[in-house]
Design a protein around this ligand. Structure first.
Ligand SMILES: *[C@@H]1O[C@H](CO)[C@@H](O)[C@H](O)[C@H]1NC(C)=O
Ligand SMILES: *[C@@H]1O[C@H](CO)[C@@H](O)[C@H](O)[C@H]1NC(C)=O
Ligand SMILES: *[C@@H]1O[C@H](CO)[C@@H](O)[C@H](O)[C@H]1NC(C)=O
Ligand SMILES: *[C@@H]1O[C@H](CO)[C@@H](O)[C@H](O)[C@H]1NC(C)=O
Ligand SMILES: *[C@@H]1O[C@H](CO)[C@@H](O)[C@H](O)[C@H]1NC(C)=O
Ligand SMILES: *[C@@H]1O[C@H](CO)[C@@H](O)[C@H](O)[C@H]1NC(C)=O
Ligand SMILES: *[C@@H]1O[C@H](CO)[C@@H](O)[C@H](O)[C@H]1NC(C)=O
Ligand SMILES: *[C@@H]1O[C@H](CO)[C@@H](O)[C@H](O)[C@H]1NC(C)=O
Ligand SMILES: *[C@@H]1O[C@H](CO)[C@@H](O)[C@H](O)[C@H]1NC(C)=O
Ligand SMILES: *[C@@H]1O[C@H](CO)[C@@H](O)[C@H](O)[C@H]1NC(C)=O
Ligand SMILES: *[C@@H]1O[C@H](CO)[C@@H](O)[C@H](O)[C@H]1NC(C)=O
Ligand SMILES: *[C@@H]1O[C@H](CO)[C@@H](O)[C@H](O)[C@H]1NC(C)=O
Length: 844
């Protein structure tokens, strides 16, 4: 039990000790075994290639790429771009695969659930999980929530893929996937009965022939039993196998899993993995047929362009500002129409001092313009519900969206700041603020009348923008139209961040950054009150910030922002910039490139039976170690030399230890999470034929650790109209006292929870959130619950986000199944009859 290594898992699971599980296809492999991530990616790539081939054929174009397991993301992108005659975005595709994989891997934390892994012959519940998950994927897509769809899809993929590793489907000589698992109308037949003996003991370590001949002859389906440490299992049954599977030490000994090449049935690993790829493709096909090609492409992340999101304050003392903002938005929409950068979707969320929402979402530019034009505006001198509107946007807009907020007032609902920050970090969406502020700062008239923005209000919005990697632009009525340039910069495709720093104190400082040959349209932004700066190119040419058109680029001033558009010659290499200002400022270098980096904090559970990992939905603990996953897009292989956590508004840095888990994927260990907010910076080498060049990228989104832990059970199903309780624990080793608790769902479900919990010094406290999905909630709806705990005096905060699926059918089925296990055979039929009746009634 000693080798058990539990990293940060207690952050999520509420337990310091986590036994290893019957994990499945692995995460780390060095012996050519395939991982869940590889299986999922292979299926995604093949299915994508198929869709693109069909498009190519329909459009009379060539499609020469052979569709096999050797596809790479760049090859598929190239071939697909040819089908669509425009370059498809690779970063979002990788993001889609990664999001799916991260939730796929998270399933391995469901230790005790046999159904999630098809262990212990739990076929019925395993299939029900798949059915439920597929329904959730389809409902999420219908609602346009592709992140939820991918998370549900990842969980389904895990269970589906595990079937091929843990059951004897492959040993039965099957030549195609077991389609019944994704077709709930088909009966599950030929299951080995609970009393059927299925295995004999292995000969030493040799398990080649341990499944009984009669099982194979009768084509009976079985799976391995798994019991942590304890030698317990029903008589004559196969085991999963492996060091921690106690059941495999009991007669019949050994196991049948094919998790990797060295497993008991490792000689069938590659076949099981290939079958799992084919099964995943079949699942993707089922989803594609149900949702159509366009939605499917979006699910795969290969949407051609970005989503344009506006959050608009409709109350103002200065209604001409709103009219002007509307004009700006309309001109942006028009300038993109018919171009390759036309947004695939538009989202608008209005808010006022009284109300916010609804979220308006459409793919039709004309409809969207109508919506903007028809927004009624009113006069008010009260602060608006800006953060409520923004939170609604963040929870519903696709991840990695670029969101623009237009307002001229302070936020009335500042208590939502932390929730907004959490959602920014989870969705990695960028939020930029357009603040119109002429009255208070530029003409000192009637301040009492205007909803003027004080310096601290502006700082409040700046902080939010910085956290997400967005901009804050202060505009006047006359400069508002120039903001168009900045919005246009931000919504270009394949935008990457090279460097972003923020300084709260005024101090002269020099910065350097590396531009690589894949970058184009590089823009440098400096925000602050009249900053003095000098730019130096790799060849030693310099240009002062006061020179509008110089050898290095053209400089535009928009309100408090300087925008430097670099000329495209001699860019590659190390640049320098020196900045001197009298106030706080920020510096940002962005450009277009297919080479981007995705960062996710993950939890690693290392166990005797393989390491598993999943995305972490809580802040890491300050002073302890943490791990994150880094995926570089746009190349089939890449060298990463440095991964640093860089202090967001200072010069501190923490170096990470890099471990490669694939040609472009890395796990990075951080020894100690710092107590400051940080961004992740990556440096590496690109090998393009003979040319090796340095590159650097940075996470636009800031992260922060916490000294509080919030833990709760991680995932579940809830029924409409039935209250559900979620127990959670708040713990800290520092400040004691009264911790403020907040909870909310993205669906606005009614909830009850304690408003505060009292923690002793170094102590913990438990609470419970009870939520009820309205009885008319559509079955398959995904719900995100966020529980936050804030230390006394707002000195620290942590949160946890949990996901649930609202389901009418499955809970009845599962309950019925459990009940039927206890009852006799006759009761089984009665039970099912009653259940089907209930389902029937529920559907009416
Ligand atoms: C394992 O047993 C099978 C037959 O049961 C035999 O063909 C095979 O050679 C054995 N493998 C090893 C490595 O001993
Ligand atoms: C998976 O599908 C491919 C293409 O249909 C097929 O050639 C291959 O044999 C299948 N693999 C397995 C293990 O069934
Ligand atoms: C400010 O506005 C208020 C309310 O409209 C008005 O009564 C007052 O005269 C104005 N003051 C000035 C200095 O314009
Ligand atoms: C605001 O700016 C627009 C265009 O720049 C102009 O037409 C309008 O008159 C301005 N309104 C005010 C009140 O200054
Ligand atoms: C970006 O750069 C490319 C080539 O370097 C150029 O064709 C394109 O017009 C630029 N786009 C913008 C928005 O400046
Ligand atoms: C670009 O490089 C050439 C040759 O090295 C040099 O003459 C020229 O001044 C450089 N231009 C800039 C803007 O750095
Ligand atoms: C809290 O835990 C961290 C990390 O384990 C440790 O560095 C720190 O000293 C602890 N603080 C207290 C007050 O125990
Ligand atoms: C992380 O910290 C734990 C103790 O807090 C330690 O047991 C473990 O070895 C560390 N992991 C790494 C990868 O450094
Ligand atoms: C980070 O660590 C690597 C490997 O130990 C080292 O090469 C690199 O110089 C370090 N970077 C910084 C900024 O300390
Ligand atoms: C849901 O929660 C219940 C207890 O709250 C637990 O018994 C069950 O295993 C959970 N189901 C899943 C799918 O996590
Ligand atoms: C939550 O905690 C309460 C009291 O500690 C306990 O009675 C209840 O069973 C718990 N519920 C779940 C779902 O764990
Ligand atoms: C904790 O704070 C809440 C709200 O601020 C207050 O209602 C409650 O009485 C406080 N509890 C304790 C034990 O101080």
């Amino acid at each position: 039990m000693v080798p058990l290594l539990v990293v940060a898992v207690f952050l999520l699971q509420g337990a310091l000790f986590q036994p290893p599980q019957a994990a499945a296809f692995k995460i780390f492999t060095s012996d050519g075994s395939l991982t869940h991530h590889q299986i999922t990616e292979a299926a995604f790539l093949r299915k994508m290639a198929e869709v693109c081939r069909n498009v190519a054929i329909a459009r009379g174009k060539d499609f020469t790429l052979p569709i096999n397991n050797k596809l790479t993301p760049t090859a598929v992108q190239r071939a697909c771009s040819n089908s669509y005659s425009t370059l498809l975005q690779l970063a979002t595709f990788n993001l889609a695969v990664l999001q799916t994989s991260l939730s796929n891997a998270a399933v391995d934390k469901k230790v005790s659930s046999t159904a999630h892994h098809f262990d212990n012959e739990d076929f019925k519940n395993g299939r029900d999980l798949i059915t439920l998950g597929v329904a959730a994927v389809k409902v999420s897509i219908k609602k346009g929530n592709y992140l939820s769809a991918r998370i549900s899809l990842g969980a389904v993929c895990h269970t589906l893929q595990d079937f091929y590793s843990h059951s004897n489907w492959v040993e039965l000589g099957s030549t195609a996937p077991f389609s019944t698992l994704i077709k709930p109308e088909r009966p599950l037949e030929n299951l080995a009965s609970p009393s059927t003996k299925t295995c004999k003991s292995c000969v030493g370590d040799n398990c080649t022939d341990n499944i009984l001949t009669e099982v194979l002859q009768q084509k009976l389906l079985t799976s391995g039993y798994f019991k942590f440490i304890l030698p317990i299992k029903p008589a004559g049954k196969c085991s999963h196998g492996g060091t921690f599977d106690g059941s495999s030490y009991k007669e019949p000994t050994g196991g049948i899993n094919k998790d990797d090449i060295s497993s008991n049935h490792g000689f069938l690993h590659l076949r099981a993995a290939e079958m799992a790829i084919n099964a995943t493709m079949e699942l993707l096909e089922d989803i594609q047929l149900a949702i159509g090609d366009q939605a499917f492409l979006k699910l795969m992340g290969l949407s051609q362009t970005s989503v344009l999101v506006f959050v608009l304050d409709t109350t103002s003392t200065l209604s001409y500002y709103i009219a002007e903002a509307k004009k700006v938005f309309l001109s942006i929409i028009d300038s993109r129409r018919g171009t390759s950068e036309e947004p695939s979707e538009y989202i608008l969320v209005p808010f006022s001092d009284q109300d916010f929402g609804p979220l308006i979402r459409t793919g039709d530019a004309d409809k969207f313009k109508e919506q903007i034009n028809s927004l009624s505006t009113s006069d008010s001198s009260n602060p608006g519900l800006c953060l409520s509107g923004l939170l609604l946007t963040l929870t519903r807009a696709p991840p990695s969206s670029d969101i623009f907020v237009f307002t001229d007032s302070s936020a009335k609902d500042i208590e939502l700041k932390i929730a907004v920050v959490a959602m920014m970090q989870i969705t990695q969406s960028k939020v930029s603020f357009l603040l119109s502020n002429s009255i208070s700062t530029r003409s000192q008239q009637n301040v009492s009348l205007s909803r003027s923005l004080s310096q601290s209000d502006i700082q409040f919005y700046r902080d939010l923008a910085h956290v997400s990697g967005g901009q804050t632009i202060e505009v006047t009525n006359s400069t508002l139209s120039q903001a168009t340039t900045v919005i246009t910069d931000v919504i270009t495709t394949d935008l990457v961040t090279v460097l972003q720093v923020e300084r709260i104190s005024s101090k002269a400082e020099n910065f350097s950054f590396v531009l690589d040959p894949t970058l184009s349209n590089v823009t440098v932004y400096i925000t602050g009150d009249s900053p003095v700066f000098n730019l130096y190119s790799p060849t030693g040419v310099s240009q002062s910030g006061s020179v509008a058109d110089g050898p290095l680029g053209s400089i535009q001033t928009i309100g408090n922002l300087k925008r430097v558009k670099l000329n495209s010659d001699n860019q590659t290499g190390e640049w320098k910039i020196s900045i001197d200002t009298t106030s706080s400022y920020s510096l940002k270098v962005i450009g277009q490139s297919s080479v981007d980096v995705l960062f996710y904090f993950v939890e690693i559970v290392e166990g005797g039976h393989g390491d598993s990992w999943g995305q972490s939905f809580t802040r890491p603990f300050i002073g302890r170690n943490a791990t994150f996953y880094v995926s570089v897009t746009g190349r089939d292989s890449v060298t990463v030399t440095d991964v640093l956590l860089v202090e967001a508004s200072g010069s501190g840095a923490v170096n990470g230890t890099i471990k490669s888990v694939g040609a472009t994927d890395f796990l990075v260990n951080i020894d100690r999470i710092p107590d400051w907010a940080f961004v992740v910076q990556l440096k590496g080498l690109l090998n393009d034929s003979s040319l090796v060049s340095q590159f650097q990228r940075q996470s636009p989104v800031q992260h922060k650790g916490s000294r509080i832990t919030v833990t709760a059970q991680s995932q579940n199903i809830t029924q409409p109209g039935v209250p559900m309780s979620v127990n959670f624990t708040v713990a800290t080793n520092t400040t004691d006292g009264n911790y403020t608790i907040r909870a909310r769902t993205d669906q606005g479900f009614s909830m009850s929870f304690p408003s505060s919990l009292t923690l002793g010094p170094g102590g913990s406290a438990q609470g419970s959130v009870t939520l009820t999905a309205p009885s008319d909630t559509e079955s398959g709806t995904d719900v995100t619950l966020t529980i936050e705990a804030e230390a006394p005096g707002s000195t620290d905060l942590n949160y946890i986000t949990l996901r649930f699926t609202v389901s009418t059918a499955n809970t009845i089925f599962s309950g019925c199944y459990l009940l039927s296990m206890c009852l006799s055979f006759v009761c089984f039929f009665i039970c099912h009859f009653v259940c089907l009746g209930l389902v029937f009634v529920a559907k009416l």
